[in-house]
Design a protein around this ligand. Structure first.
Ligand SMILES: [Ca+2]
Ligand SMILES: [Ca+2]
Ligand SMILES: [Ca+2]
Length: 311
């Protein structure tokens, strides 16, 4: 309880600090605001911010982050646990690049015992050790997960409150008449002010390219592994429904900010007395729930090529 009171107190102070900035419109390129600032589960001024630079030359999606662009790209800080913000026992970093065709995301995942079980598309990949990416828009968000086998899981979520008001009920792709379309209340944060989502487990992002490189032996724990890397190329054309809600530019204009989340979930937890929930993120959420776009990192796109990026 004391912990809760401390968090509540710090959120209140953050809210006071942030109000003048909001009033000036300084945050106008960031899409959110559905949770009152004073009730965000993680303090607004502690949500990560990052500048994504343009890739220098082609990125080959083979799981190896050996392109010069990846070497030059700023990396996230070490991922921290989703609820409390304590650093994970294994190192995890991510980086973001872009060009006119794709958004690129790379992950460096330290993992001494590579393991995977799930082999079918849209299996519940979070049941394995996984890496996750969320990309938020005004009316909904995209969820992506991948395990060490490279098996992927994708879901598109629309906020139910705007489903009819914004005409999604007229779009065949978002018909609710499908066995893989279900209402979704969130995970550990069920009182999101926007309420229920409609989850489209049948939705897959057109043109998505994904690859994993395992630096070790999968499902052989007689040795010790270094980890794995994940390389994603998400075509802007496939993000058209993410961008649709507020009519944002897609690909973005230089200076635009999108909200995205980067995390890993583990089938193990750090030994007690550590209070490791088993999920770590670039920017913590303060709750056991990835589905809170208001606390996703702010990713601002720059037209500067990554080789010229400030160090
Ligand atoms: Ca590559
Ligand atoms: Ca799917
Ligand atoms: Ca191994």
């Amino acid at each position: 309880m004391l912990h809760r009171r401390l968090i509540a107190g710090s959120i209140f102070i953050v809210a006071l600090l942030c109000q003048p900035q909001l009033a000036s419109g300084a945050e106008s390129s960031d899409s959110q605001g559905f949770i009152p600032m004073s009730e965000l589960p993680w303090p607004a001024d502690q949500i990560a911010r990052y500048t994504a630079y343009r890739a220098d030359g082609p990125i080959t999606v083979d799981g190896n982050l050996d392109e010069a662009s990846w070497q030059a790209a700023p990396r996230s800080p070490r991922f921290r646990d989703l609820i409390h913000g304590k650093e994970g026992i294994h190192d995890t970093r991510a980086a973001v690049l872009w060009d006119d065709e794709y958004l690129y995301v790379g992950y460096w995942v330290e993992e001494p015992f590579l393991e995977a079980t799930l082999k079918n598309r849209d299996d519940y990949i979070y049941m394995d050790n996984d890496v996750e990416l969320f990309i938020a828009g005004e009316d909904g968000y995209y969820e992506f997960e991948i395990n060490t086998f490279g098996t992927i899981y994708e879901v598109f979520f629309l906020w139910e409150k705007i489903y009819e008001a914004k005409g999604y009920d007229k779009i065949p792709e978002f018909s609710r008449d499908h066995e893989q379309v279900r209402p979704f209340p969130g995970v550990g944060y069920k009182n999101h002010p926007r309420g229920m989502r409609i989850g489209y487990w049948n939705w897959d992002l057109p043109g998505l390219k994904t690859a994993v490189h395992a630096d070790g032996t999968i499902n052989d724990n007689s040795d010790r592994d270094r980890g794995w890397t994940v390389e994603l190329a998400v075509p802007w054309s496939g993000l058209k429904w993410v961008a649709h809600g507020d009519g944002r530019a897609c690909p973005p204009n230089s200076g635009d900010t999108w909200r995205m989340d980067f995390s890993r979930f583990n089938t193990y937890k750090e030994a007690p007395p550590a209070d490791d929930p088993g999920g770590w993120a670039w920017s913590p959420h303060g709750v056991w729930d990835s589905h809170v776009p208001e606390v996703f990192p702010h990713i601002t796109f720059s037209d500067v090529s990554v080789g010229q990026a400030p160090r």
